[in-house]
Design a protein around this ligand. Sequence first.
Ligand SMILES: Cc1cc2nc3c(=O)[nH]c(=O)nc-3n(C[C@H](O)[C@H](O)[C@H](O)COP(=O)(O)OP(=O)(O)OC[C@H]3O[C@@H](n4cnc5c(N)ncnc54)[C@H](O)[C@@H]3O)c2cc1C
Length: 457
Amino acid sequence: MRQDIDILVIGAGACGLAAAIAGHDAGASVAIVEKRASPGGNSSLSTGSIPGAGTRYQRAAGIEDSPARLIEDLMRIAGETDCPELVQHLAEQSAPTVEWLVDCVGARLSLVTAYKHVGHSVQRLHAPTSRRGQDLVDDLLAGVARRGIPLAVGNGVDQLIAADNAVVGARLKTASGESSSVHAAKTILAVNGYAGNAALVRRFCPEIAGAPYFGALGSTGEAVLWGEALGAAFANIGAYQGYAAVADPHGSLLSWTTIEKGGIIVNAAGRRFGDESAGYSGFTPNVLAEAAPRYAIFDQKMYDVAALEEEFVELARRGGFKAAATVQELAKLLDIDPATLAATVVDAQRSARGDFADAFGRRDFGLGPLHQRLYGCRVVPGLFHTQGGLAIDLDGRVLDSKARPIPNLFAGGGAAGGLSGRSGAAGYASGNGLLSAIALGRLAGLAAAAEVRGENP
Ligand SMILES: Cc1cc2nc3c(=O)[nH]c(=O)nc-3n(C[C@H](O)[C@H](O)[C@H](O)COP(=O)(O)OP(=O)(O)OC[C@H]3O[C@@H](n4cnc5c(N)ncnc54)[C@H](O)[C@@H]3O)c2cc1C
């Protein structure tokens, strides 16, 4: 049979770019195809934060961490999961992945020490200083370019080519409708999940089906559809990451640091409606259940920490929130009853001081209690990406319903079963998306190259 290339990588987000670099460095010929006019996908929209448990950066900062501790954190948050071995494996791979990004790819990452973020018991997120995923994607793209790996944008795969149920390549379609095919020994699906496909969201994550989608347009679920047609099994298919605080109407993220460090979220009446420490994803269903408008309320201390993030500074510059010296003044600016908002803030201050148990069970108020100067931002909930997909083994081989690999087919990142539990938004810990994208991309690239060399598992 004709073969154009050893490894065809479909999708040029973090997973695909990492897979291509790893496969190339392991000696295989690799090509990447991307359906959008530019690469990056959701990875570009992210904050570029990836957990690494036990990295040399943590040791230098005096932070004690280990894969075992990350596994404990992830499992505590994720609850029931279809793939506990994957959680364990990716936790073990997290520090080597971060160090590989820096040492082999040339990514400019540093340890985030200002906050831990949702789900993590120690500082272990590593991110570009800008906190922009685009910087991480640019570094991966530079690694791809340095190696001379071909990357064809505007070339979407519309069908996998299979022979006797083994995948042997893919059919491409350009935006102008021209078709061609690429035959490859191994194919890696790095096309992310299905959050941009309303029918699949309704099928697998009905609770979030009404929320606006804030991720990249390319995430339209082809891995799920192609995999299903080939008899692949699904894993954690109902899990997703929501975001409880998209600034409205600006459409950019209100940094969750404002809430994690002691801010609260109130409804139109000025009352809280849940434990915000559930995290930006876990709190999303609470916000969805509350009629609009809802507001995030935070103070200057929280603002100052969030201001380390470029997107927050940009949101401030665009007038994304109102500021006031007193709670009554802020309530007027937000059109909330001043007495009710004042009572809510007083209650939150008492909970933060530990005067009494918080009515919603929140224990961590960060830099609270809230104090002037106060800020208010109207927020809406959003769907960011799905966290489940094709069942895979620990090297990203796609598995059928009897856990047998579908020959030549690999998947990683949002295309594969993730780390965030079986269903819903509560299982998402910060960095789960990029950890499964980059660690699995790298592992799939290495395993595909090993199979090309004839080293079958
Ligand atoms: C606003 C936001 C913030 C986030 N912040 C973080 C964070 O800080 N840390 C974290 O871990 N996660 C974060 N996430 C989640 C994270 O971005 C994703 O989990 C991760 O980027 C997925 O990587 P990926 O490579 O699988 O997919 P993507 O980066 O989306 O790449 C998939 C690529 O495949 C292309 N593609 C799709 N279908 C086809 C096709 N048929 N043919 C060819 N190409 C195709 C797409 O166009 C896209 O370019 C965030 C998400 C959002 C939306």
